[in-house]
Design a binder for this molecule. Structure first.
Ligand SMILES: Nc1nc2c(c(=O)[nH]1)N(C=O)[C@@H](CNc1ccc(C(=O)N[C@@H](CCC(=O)O)C(=O)O)cc1)CN2
Ligand SMILES: Nc1nc2c(ncn2[C@@H]2O[C@H](COP(=O)(O)OP(=O)(O)OP(=O)(O)O)[C@@H](O)[C@H]2O)c(=O)[nH]1
Ligand SMILES: [Mg+2]
Length: 448
């Protein structure tokens, strides 16, 4: 499959920079670049940075650049491509792209280069997704998981599962189609054992979904407590800057404030909220409603209490927190800690002095239980699309197993197995009936 048009886009970040990278991909990449560079592209050596001048239609120089030409399928996109490294001014970038459009290129849509790489067989779907994960990774662990996926980690694991199932379908269908060949039906325990082994493989992948979500979106961490407990001060302490307004006026924070931080390699999406109190009205009430909504969706709730007050005065009725872990933070430990706090097992800290902050970070790590140790060597973490495909595959395998257990016609079980294969194939973006046929002929030598 190959695209007929040539796309162009800025590949580096917007804004002003020392150098910017403009990318062209498609069959006319080289000829379009030639028009804009007085033939410099076609006289350039393949995959070698070559000095050139980009000129407008009137022949005036727009910029002095480095061109790199990728010929044939030897490029990221698997089709002819040209990269132009120009000076990173906004106007320069705009003028060069305008010139390339004038010469016959079209503006690329979002993800279109990677989509082409997929369509040209350079990447499977999980690898294409990994490119995005890689770019948006906000922590070392997320980066590792994205790298593993870009290297084909998930693709390999689903391919192995598919291979097992293809063997199974081949066996079952050969038996259906050629009963006279005297193939051992093998639909008893052995056959079902292979189905359940595949289900175990699926379950192992599915069990990484939660980590995948956390790595991609961050642990939703909601800071809640009574007004003035120091919630916004805690957010600021995490960020190391005065992001949220802090004041001794109770009810300062009205709307939720969200910021990402990374704690020992784990991304946290921190949400500062409006304080919870019974006597609130008007805007503050609306703020509280938002706090409760956030708490319900949280993975982790940090309950901030003012340790300089007696426990009863900083007590909050904890909102419904779904499945969130809860860590209690006893703030203002620099003041006189009310003796009644004695036996409370919250983490004592001072947001003003920073004292006790390492203990809090440690307590959060423990509560989340997401440390390096759990990652093993291969940091595979599936995304929601993979999860949905895996769940469908698992349901089909369960159905196939049930059909075989109740001695239904093998055709029905074969259909379910094919459904499972298709669902697994969707993960890497391939669905291919030929594969099953190939396995039948190669392993059973039918027609000899
Ligand atoms: N300048 C530049 N830097 C970049 C990219 C790019 O496209 N251009 N990348 C884009 O995301 C990443 C690197 N990934 C790449 C992947 C494949 C090929 C490539 O040319 N593949 C050919 C040749 C293989 C080889 O010689 O190793 C191929 O697969 O046939 C290039 C970059 C990050 N840095
Ligand atoms: N002594 C002391 N004061 C603190 C500490 N943390 C916060 N404060 C003070 O407590 C007051 C309230 O702090 P905020 O961070 O605004 O409290 P909040 O929980 O966000 O309050 P609302 O947004 O109104 O719900 C401010 O005057 C802070 O300076 C602390 O560790 N020690
Ligand atoms: Mg606040």
């Amino acid at each position: 499959m190959s695209a007929s048009d040539t796309i162009v886009a800025l590949a580096s970040g917007g804004g002003t920079s020392a150098v910017a990278l403009i990318r062209l991909s498609g069959p006319q990449a080289e000829s379009i670049s030639d028009q804009a560079s007085s033939g410099a592209a076609s006289s350039a050596q393949e995959r070698r940075a070559t000095r050139a001048k980009i000129r407008d239609a009137a022949g005036r120089v727009i910029d002095d650049v480095l061109l790199t030409v990728f010929r044939g399928t030897r490029s990221f996109t698997g089709e002819p491509a040209v990269e132009i490294a120009c000076h990173g001014g906004r106007l320069i970038v705009r003028r060069i792209i305008e010139r390339l459009l004038e010469c016959g290129a079209r503006s690329a849509g979002p993800g279109e280069f990677t989509e082409r790489a997929f369509l040209n067989g350079k990447l499977d779907l999980t690898q294409a997704e990994a490119v995005m994960d890689l770019i948006s990774a906000s922590s070392d662990l997320a980066l590792r998981a994205a790298h593993e996926q870009l290297e084909g980690g998930i693709g390999r694991r689903t391919a192995a599962l598919r291979e097992d199932l293809i063997g199974l379908v081949a066996h079952l269908e050969a038996w259906i189609d050629f009963p006279e060949e005297d193939i051992d039906p093998d639909t008893g325990d052995l056959f079902r054992g292979r189905i359940s082994a595949a289900q175990e493989g699926i379950a192992a992948l599915l069990s990484t979904a939660e980590q995948g979500r956390v790595l991609r979106e961050g642990v939703r961490t909601v800071i809640c407590g009574r007004p003035n407990a120091g919630k916004s001060s805690l957010l600021n302490l995490f960020l190391g800057c005065e992001r949220a307004i802090v004041s001794d006026e109770a009810g300062t924070t009205r709307d939720t404030i969200e910021e990402m931080v990374v704690l020992d390699g784990i991304p946290l999406r921190l949400v500062d909220t409006a304080g919870l109190r019974d006597e609130a009205g008007g805007v503050e009430r609306e703020g509280m409603r938002r706090t409760l909504m956030e708490a319900e969706r949280a993975d982790l709730v940090l309950v901030v209490r003012d340790a300089s007050l007696p426990p009863a005065e900083s007590e909050i009725e904890l909102p419904a927190t779904g499945k969130a872990r809860i860590v209690t933070v006893l703030n203002k430990a620099d003041l006189n800690v009310d003796p009644a706090w004695g036996g409370n097992n919250g983490v004592k800290i001072s947001c003003t002095s920073g004292e006790g902050f390492p203990d809090l970070r440690h307590a959060i790590g423990e509560a989340l239980d997401l440390g390096e140790a759990d990652w093993g060597e291969h940091a595979v973490a599936i995304n929601t699309r993979h999860r949905d495909c895996l769940r469908r595959a698992d349901a089909s395998l369960a159905a196939a197993d049930a059909l075989l257990t109740t001695a239904q016609p093998p055709e029905l079980a074969a259909l379910e197995l094919r459904e499972a294969l298709e669902a697994l194939g969707e993960i890497a973006g391939k669905v291919d009936a030929e594969e099953v046929l190939g396995a039948i002929f190669s392993s059973f030598c039918i027609g000899k």
